[in-house]
Design a protein around this ligand. Structure first.
Ligand code: FEO
Length: 400
């Protein structure tokens, strides 16, 4: 039997582990060890469920709920986010508890109606609205675009818990629900990966919301997101990390991403790495088609520079690199420099096109926009020239 796990007086985790998930949100975010869909139950004079789970796991959610309240009904369902990893089980929960009152933001109600085509008589709530469930008072805070237009979080005063939905999430799946079961750096790294792959385009919204929450002077014992572990021991560290993520706080680091069939562009990537790495810039080098994209996105978040290379495929760049550049454009990165590079045979436009895409992504081009190009195989002397250019660019990167 699946049971709830108590996390505080009157508060229970009733979520599920999806251990076998390897593609979070489709191909957008490959993951290695599954995730959780966290739902929480507040057992007060009224019983309140915060979020549901992916539809296929709803029987587990209901089993965990019943392990605490038996035949008692759920009175309120807080729909913090309409995305189906949190709302997929909503209709089945409503069937189990037809008198429950659902609460959602205005945008949340609209999206729920468009997804499930039925009016469950939602109560619309906005920032500052409260719901008393007996001993506990729930305060709602809208956080649009962290990660969809409808997201909101819920603060429970008596328990001092911030139920943060997607914000502060990470893919750590297990039965150790609290951060203290893991090393700080592991937790921060997983949160960074999640932020980079899911939240990065919305840094401005995150920065504004962090400030607004600080201004509310909330007394917070736990931050309980909808994916992964609950923050308790490392709250200050994850808050500080989030401020850094939102502002693209970066270090003298370059991410080199490329694709290459006959190794010519790869040789260029490695010469760039040599010139940068030997001159004080931390370097990460990835052949895109052989790397989990989530790692590249994570490393990109706090890098000052990005170099993107592709060989020439007839008259275009590799389709994987083209897809990566389109994703980069959607990420709205700030304060980064970069440059395109690549080897070509009889069509020499690809490195320039990479530069165009980098500019479109808001990245300032190094070397006054002169991409690094190579006709066929780079010789030893060609590679030395690239290393020397990289050494010069290392000084620029360190000065930013
Ligand atoms: Fe975990 Fe935006 O859903």
């Amino acid at each position: 039997m699946k049971k709830a796990i108590q996390i505080k007086d009157q508060i229970y985790w009733v979520g599920v582990q999806d251990f076998n998930l390897r593609h979070f949100h489709g191909s957008l975010y490959p993951i290695e060890e599954g995730t959780t869909y966290n739902a929480y139950l507040i057992v007060d004079e009224q019983v309140t469920l915060i979020d549901t789970v992916e539809e296929e796991f709803t029987p587990v959610l209901l089993e965990r709920i019943r392990s605490v309240i038996g035949d008692r009904p759920v009175d309120n369902i807080i729909v913090q986010h309409a995305e189906p990893d949190h709302s997929g089980g909503f209709e089945k929960v409503m069937q189990a508890y037809p008198n429950a009152v659902p609460y959602a933001s205005n945008a949340g109600v609209q999206i729920m109606m468009k997804q499930y085509f039925h009016d469950y008589h939602y109560q619309k709530v906005k920032t500052g609205d409260t719901l008393s469930t007996g001993v506990n008072t729930l305060t709602f805070v809208e956080m649009p675009l962290i990660h969809w237009p409808d997201n909101m979080l819920t603060y429970v005063d008596q328990a001092k818990i911030l139920f943060s939905n997607d914000a502060f999430g990470q893919h750590i799946a297990g039965y150790e629900l609290f951060d203290e079961a893991y090393a700080l750096n592991f937790c921060l790294d997983k949160a960074k990966e999640y932020y980079a792959n899911i939240v990065m385009p919305y840094g401005m919204q995150v920065a504004n919301k962090l400030k607004a929450l600080k201004d509310m002077n909330l007394d917070i014992d736990m931050i309980a997101p909808a994916h992964g572990i609950i923050w308790k021991q490392y709250i200050n560290a994850i808050w500080n990390a989030y401020e850094g993520f939102a502002s693209f706080r970066s270090e003298a680091k370059a991410v080199i991403v490329y694709d290459s069939v006959w190794h010519h562009t790869q040789m260029m990537a490695e010469a760039l790495a040599e010139g940068l790495g030997q001159n004080g810039v931390k370097v990460k080098v990835y052949k895109y088609s052989e790397t989990m994209s989530c790692i590249i996105m994570k490393e990109l978040l706090d890098a000052k520079a990005i170099f993107v290379g592709s060989g020439c495929y007839n008259n275009t760049m590799s389709s994987e690199i083209a897809g990566f550049l389109d994703r980069l454009i959607s990420c709205k990165v700030k304060g980064k420099v970069g440059l395109g590079f690549g080897s070509w045979g009889w069509f020499n436009q690809v490195p320039g096109r990479i530069n165009d895409k980098l500019k479109e992504a808001g990245i300032t081009l190094l070397q006054e926009g002169a991409a690094i190009t190579q006709n066929y195989t780079p010789s030893e002397s060609d590679l030395s020239v690239i290393e020397a250019k990289a050494a010069e660019m290392a000084e620029t990167i360190k000065s930013l």
